[in-house]
Ligand binder design. Structure first.
Ligand code: AMP
Ligand code: MG
Length: 352
C-alpha cells in the first residue's frame, strides 16, 4: 500500500516536472544584453525559442538605440539636434519630427513645466558637459528670455524647424522614452513577444512574462529623502507598458554644501523644488511617460494631479514627496505593492 502511494506520488511529481520542462521550452529561453549608451547603462532582456534569432534581435535593438543616440545627443556635435542648435534651421528626420510634436503636446499639457528649450540653462549649470557650477543670476535671467518652446517655428508638413536666436533644444527629458518605444516596435515586428527593456532605469515591457504573468518592477527609493530610507518605494506590475521614474537624485552636484540637480524649472531656471522627490509615470506611451515624469517632478503634487485629471486614461502615476507622503493614482491600486502608507488619488468624478 505504502509502495503504491509512493509510486503514485512519483508519477504526479514526474508529470509536473515534465509539464514544467515542456512549458518552459515552449516559452523560450531568456537572452540578455548590457551596454552603455545615452550616458547610461542599458539592459535588454528577451525571451526567444531560437538562440540565433534572439542574438540577432538583441543586436538589432542595440543598433537602434545607438542610431537614436547619434541622432539626438547634444554631446555629439554631428547629431541632428546639435546641427539644428548651431544652424538654427533644418529639415529634420521623422524621429525629430515625432519628438517635436510629443514635446509640444507635453509642454501644453503641463503649462510649460516641460520645455525642451531649457537647454541653454542646463548648459549654464554645467550639466551638458559635467562642468558643474552655480551660474550667475544675471546670466540666468538673460537665458530665461529664450526659454519657451512656443517660440519655435515648426512646419509640420515639411518637418522644417526654425529656432529663433538664442534658442537651443535638448530632448534629454523624453529621448529614452521614445527610444524604448522604437525598440519595442522593432522587436514586435520581428516576432518577439516577451521582452523587458531597462534604459538607465526607464523600464518598458513588451507583453507579459513568458508564463503569462505581469513583469514585477522595483521602483527605486529616492536617495535624497531625509527620513528613514527603504530599499524600494514598492513593486509595480506591468505588461505592455513603460514605467518611467524621474528624481533629482539621478544627477546632481554639490556646491557650498547645497545640492543642485538636473531637472530645471523653466520658469525660474533653477533646479525644480516642488516638494517631490520621485515621480513614476506608467503608460503604454513611453515618450509621454518620460516627458511627464520630468515635468510632473517640476510641477509638484497638486499640479501633477491636475495634469493626470486632464489625461487620466493615458497614464497612471506614483508620487513621493520630501515629507514622506506617497500617492498613487486609482489605476495602480491593485498593481503596486508597498510597505509604506500611501494615499490613492481618485478622479474628481469618481470621488463625488
Ligand atoms: P529625466 O531623467 O527623464 O527626468 O530627464 C532629465 C533631463 O531632461 C535633463 O538631464 C535635461 O536634459 C532635461 N530637462 C531638464 N529639465 C527639463 C524640463 N523642465 N523640461 C524638459 N526637459 C528637461
Ligand atoms: Mg523624462
Amino acid at each position: 500500500m505504502e509502495k503504491k502511494k509512493l509510486t503514485a506520488c512519483a508519477i504526479v511529481i514526474g508529470c509536473f516536472l515534465l509539464f514544467g520542462v515542456l512549458v518552459s521550452a515552449n516559452q523560450g529561453k531568456k537572452y540578455e544584453k548590457q551596454f552603455f549608451a545615452m550616458d547610461t547603462i542599458m539592459n535588454l532582456k528577451i525571451y526567444d525559442k531560437n538562440k540565433k534569432h534572439a542574438i540577432k534581435m538583441l543586436s538589432a535593438a542595440q543598433s537602434e538605440i545607438e542610431r537614436l543616440d547619434q541622432l539626438l545627443s547634444t554631446g555629439n556635435s554631428e547629431s541632428e539636434v546639435s546641427r539644428l542648435n548651431r544652424e538654427k534651421t533644418l529639415t529634420v528626420s521623422s524621429d525629430c519630427h515625432f519628438l517635436m510634436c510629443k514635446s509640444s503636446e507635453i509642454h501644453q499639457m503641463t503649462q510649460g513645466a516641460f520645455d525642451i528649450t531649457v537647454y541653454p540653462v542646463m548648459k549654464a549649470w554645467g550639466f551638458a558637459d559635467a562642468s558643474y557650477h552655480v551660474p550667475d543670476q544675471e546670466l540666468l535671467r538673460e537665458l530665461l528670455q529664450h526659454v519657451n518652446m512656443s517660440d519655435i517655428t515648426f512646419d509640420l508638413q515639411n518637418s522644417y524647424i526654425a529656432l529663433p536666436d538664442g534658442v537651443m533644444i535638448d530632448f534629454g527629458g523624453i529621448a529614452k522614452g521614445y527610444t524604448s518605444a522604437c525598440v519595442i516596435s522593432l522587436l514586435k515586428s520581428q516576432g518577439v513577444e516577451h521582452a523587458l527593456l531597462d534604459l538607465g532605469g526607464n523600464i518598458h515591457a513588451l507583453g507579459t512574462k513568458p508564463d503569462g504573468r505581469s513583469w514585477s518592477v522595483a521602483i527605486r527609493f529616492p536617495q535624497d529623502y531625509q527620513g528613514e530610507k527603504q530599499d524600494y518605494l514598492g513593486i509595480l506590475e506591468i505588461s505592455d507598458q513603460a514605467a518611467i521614474t524621474s528624481g533629482g537624485y539621478e544627477r546632481y552636484f554639490e556646491e557650498n554644501g547645497v545640492r543642485y540637480h538636473h531637472i530645471i524649472d523653466p520658469h525660474t531656471g533653477m533646479p525644480a523644488q516642488s516638494g517631490l522627490l520621485s515621480v513614476t509615470i506608467v503608460s503604454e506611451d513611453s515618450a509621454l511617460a518620460d516627458g511627464l515624469s520630468t515635468s510632473c517632478y517640476v510641477a509638484g503634487v497638486e499640479e501633477a494631479i491636475r495634469i493626470w485629471e486632464s489625461r487620466k486614461t493615458d497614464f497612471d502615476m506614483i508620487l513621493f514627496t520630501e515629507t514622506g507622503d506617497l500617492y498613487i493614482t486609482k489605476g495602480l491600486e491593485d498593481l503596486f505593492r508597498t510597505e509604506l502608507d500611501f494615499k490613492v488619488i481618485q478622479s474628481v468624478d469618481e470621488a463625488n
